[in-house]
Design a protein. Sequence first.
Lengths: 269, 221
Amino acid sequence: MTEKIKLYDDSKCTACRGCQLACKQWNALKSSQTENRGTYQNPPSLAPNTFMLIHFQDYVDDKGNIKWLFRKEACMHCTDAACVTVCPSGALYYNKETKTVGLDHGKCIGCKECVAACPFEIPRYESRTDKVYKCDMCESRITNNLEPACVKACPTGALKWGLKENILKTASKRAKDLGGDAATYGDKYVGGTHFMYVLKEKPAIYANIHKDPSIPWSVTIWKGWLKPLSLLAAGGVLGGAFFHYMIHGPKTPDAPNDGNDAGTTEGGK
Amino acid sequence: MQKGLIQVTDSYERIVHWMLAISCLCLCVTGLGMMFQSFNFLGIIVGGLKNLKLIHNFTGLIFAASLILAIRMWWKEAGVFVFPEDLDWIKTAGGYLWHVDKVPETGKYNPGQKLFFLTVAGCGVLMLITGLIMWFPEALPISLVRWMYPLHALGFVVIFAFFFVHLYLGTIGNPGTVPAMITGWMDRAVLKKQHPGWLKEMEHNGTLIVSGEEKKTSHHA
C-alpha cells in the first residue's frame, strides 16, 4: 500500500504563492481579473479555476503582537470523504494507490451535492460547464511517481509529499520541535486527511479554518439511513400487499341481491 | 357504453391525476438513477446521467404544476376530515385489516384516501421546496442547504412506499375501481361497496349521473 499525504508547514511558508501558480499551470487553469483589496491574498477565495489558495492573515495575539499568518487552503482529501459518499455518479472517487480523492469530470453531472456535503467547503461549481472543480492532488502526476505540482514548486520545503507513515512522523516531530502552540491539523479528522498541516499557532486562530470538521449529520442520515430505507420501505409495502391479498383478500362488491340496486356485478365473494 | 354505470370523475380530474402520477413516477425513476450508483444505468437510456438530472429537474416543474392543480381540486373533498364518521371508519381500519361486519359509511373519500391525499400533498410540497433549493443551492447558506438532501430523501421514502400502497389498493386490492381513473364510469355495485355514503348523498342531491339514463332532476332544486 502506498497511501500518501501532502504536508503544509506554515512555519516554513513565505507565502511566495509559487504553489498557486504551479497549480494553475499544471491544471491549465485560467486566471481571473481581480481587484486590490488591501491584501496579498489573491484571488480572494477558491473558485472553479482556483483549486488552492494561500490565505494571508494579520493576527494580533493577546499581548498585542502582530503576527502574519499564512495557510494553504485546498481539498483535504479525507479518508472518509463526504463528497465521495454523496456523489451520485461516481465522479468523485478514492485513488486506489494513494487514497487521495480524485474527480472525473467526464462523470460529473453538476448536481452540486458535494458542494453542500464537504465539511471543509472546498468544491466549487461552475455553471458554464455545469461541473464541479477541486484539487485532485495532481492525480496525473502522483500516479506517475511525481509529486503534486504545488510541492514541486515550493522553494522552502513548506510543502512535502510522501508515504503516510513518514509524513505523520515528520509532522508530529516538527510540531514538537516548534513547541508552544504548534500543532498538526487534519490527521485527527474524518478518518485522517491526505492533506494536512503543521501550524505554528493554535489551529483555531487561523481565519476560515474549520475547527472540528466531521461528516455532516445530514449526510449520515441521508445516505446512511434514508437511502437504504427507501428500498426497504417499498419492498415492505410490496410484501405487505402480497400477504394482504393472500390472507385478507381484496374488497369485492356484494352480490346484487339487495332490492333496488340492480346494477350489474361481476365477481364478488 | 354499458348501461347503469355511474360517473365518478370528470375528465379534468382524471387528466390532473395522470399528470401528477406520470410526473411523480418519472421523478421516482430518474431520482433512483441518481440516488443509487447501481441504478446509474438508467441514465444510459437518455444519453447520460447529466440528462437524467435535467429530466428530473424539469419534470419536477410539471409535478409542481400538477400538484397545485390536484390540491386545489381535491382539498375540499379529501383534505379535511369529517367527524364523527371518519373516526368510526378509522376505528375499523375501513375493513381492510380485519373482518368488519359493516364498514362505517363516509363521504366521497374515506379517511384512508384522505390520508393518502394529505401525505402526497404534504410530501409533494416538501419535495418541491427541497428540490428547488437543491437545484439552486447558492441561494441559501450551506448549513441550511445540507438538510434539504435528507428531507428530500425522507419525502422519497414516504412517496415511494405510498406509491405501491396506492397501486395495490387502486387495482387488485379493490377490484372494479380502476375505471374510475380511466373512463370515469364505475359499476354501481363497486361504488355501493366502496363509497355507500357518497352514493346515497348523490342520490339524495340528485347529482347522480347514470349512463343510459337522463340526468335525474333534483327534487330539491
